[in-house]
Design a protein around this ligand. Structure first.
Ligand SMILES: [Fe+2]
Length: 405
């Protein structure tokens, strides 16, 4: 009899716990998660804030202000646009804040009755800043989550203004678990101890696309729906005051190389006044690991490089090979110490790194090494000089490139 009573109590306790956790799980479904900052336009006057919930929300809102001490009820409240997409289970919410002032801190609260998400961001200052403009570049976070998290920690310690992420975020394009891990880590880690979230400027890589190359947008649903950047989202340009035009291209995952060339030419013409011109694309034109004569690297060299040389681009951020690489400054297929373009890559933010070619045997390679790393770009406060330095997983920095104009 005693045993029977004990058994009944255990069943009741089990049912109670199941109900409790199930109610908790349901309640948690409306909590804002995976906050991501991007730009769709002016980097000094706008910011796009996107987050997800696990269930539909009637009226998702956020509040923001640049006067943090102001009475909370006087903060500006904005309604978010919500959407879903196949094959994701997420409910996405996004807001583009416009009419912001340059170089200001904006405090944000994504509304929720018990667990609001709070942070701040800083708009890009206009010219003659107090500080250098600092951004990080890297790519290929893919499959080693522990290394990716170490790289995220390394990245946030650099206190960057933004991060340029050159594709291959995850390994399997339409696997939501992998994307969730990536966005959970980014949300948790890419925020400074003071609470400043870091915007990202993404590029599409072959792993964002089911099939890798020459596919349609639905095969890269997570890339196109999670990163709200200027349309068509796989190639676009962002301007950072008069100091920098940053162009993102698609190495043929959705749009053929030749279909972006006229746009590339006209965009660089329209920004001829910019001091620094930097481009990111995913597949390396000057590979440190893969075949130099591969169809795609060759096509990029033949199609895009004459255009970017004509417009005196300074740096190209490359990835895809999973190794540390610095080329010689290159122009007209040879080393040009004064007018050459540096191609810096090749992706090492968590993907398994690979053995490289021996730089002594390949004229275009200044350095190549099997190493997890990211790149740190610093544009001086007056805009007239830039330094670029690799930062390895250990925190150690490599050789610096310095350019003055
Ligand atoms: Fe790749």
């Amino acid at each position: 009899m005693k045993q029977c009573k004990f058994y009944s109590m255990s069943v009741l306790l089990f049912l109670f716990l199941c109900t409790f956790y199930s109610i908790q799980a349901q309640e948690n479904q409306d909590i804002p998660r995976q906050v991501l900052l991007t730009w769709q336009g002016n980097t000094s006057e706008t910011m796009t804030i996107t987050w997800r919930t696990d269930q539909a929300i009637d009226n998702p809102t956020l509040r923001y202000t640049h006067k943090a001490k102001r009475d909370f009820s006087k903060w500006n409240q904005v309604n978010a646009s919500s959407f879903t997409f196949e094959p994701s289970k997420a409910h996405m919410h996004t807001v583009e804040l416009k009419g912001l002032k340059a170089g200001r801190d904006y405090h944000v609260v994504i509304d929720h009755p018990t667990q609001p998400d709070q942070f701040y961001f800083t708009t890009i200052p206009k010219n003659n800043r107090r500080n250098d403009l600092i951004f990080l570049a890297g790519g290929d976070s893919r499959s080693r989550r522990d290394v990716r998290r170490e790289m995220n920690e390394l990245a946030i310690r650099q206190n960057p203004d933004f991060v340029v992420f050159d594709g291959d975020f995850i390994a399997t394009a339409l696997n939501e678990e992998q994307w969730d891990d990536w966005f959970d880590d980014w949300h948790e880690q890419m925020i400074t101890p003071e609470g400043r979230r870091i915007p990202v400027v993404p590029a599409i890589g072959n792993h964002e696309v089911q099939g890798g190359y020459g596919q349609t947008r639905d095969k890269a649903a997570f890339y196109f729906n999670r990163f709200i950047v200027p349309e068509p989202r796989n190639f676009y340009a962002l301007e950072f005051t008069r100091d920098l035009i940053l162009i993102t291209l698609d190495t043929e995952h959705i749009t053929p190389v030749e279909d972006q060339t006229d746009w590339l030419d006209s965009t660089l013409s329209a920004h001829s006044d910019k001091k620094w011109k930097i481009i990111q694309w995913h597949v390396a034109a000057w590979p440190s690991v893969r075949d130099f004569e591969g169809d795609l690297p060759r096509k990029i060299r033949e199609t895009w490089i004459p255009v970017i040389e004509k417009h005196n681009v300074d740096f190209v951020i490359e990835a895809h090979d999973h190794a540390y690489k610095r080329t010689e400054p290159i122009r007209n297929d040879q080393i040009d110490l004064f007018n050459g373009i540096y191609y810096l890559g090749d992706g090492g933010w968590g993907a398994p790194v690979r053995d490289t070619k021996n730089p002594e045997e390949y004229w275009w390679l200044a350095e190549a090494e099997k190493a997890d790393h990211l790149w740190k770009y610093s544009i001086s406060n007056k805009g007239n000089s830039i330094t670029v330095v690799p930062v390895f997983k250990s925190g150690q920095e490599g050789s610096i490139i310095l350019k003055n104009k």
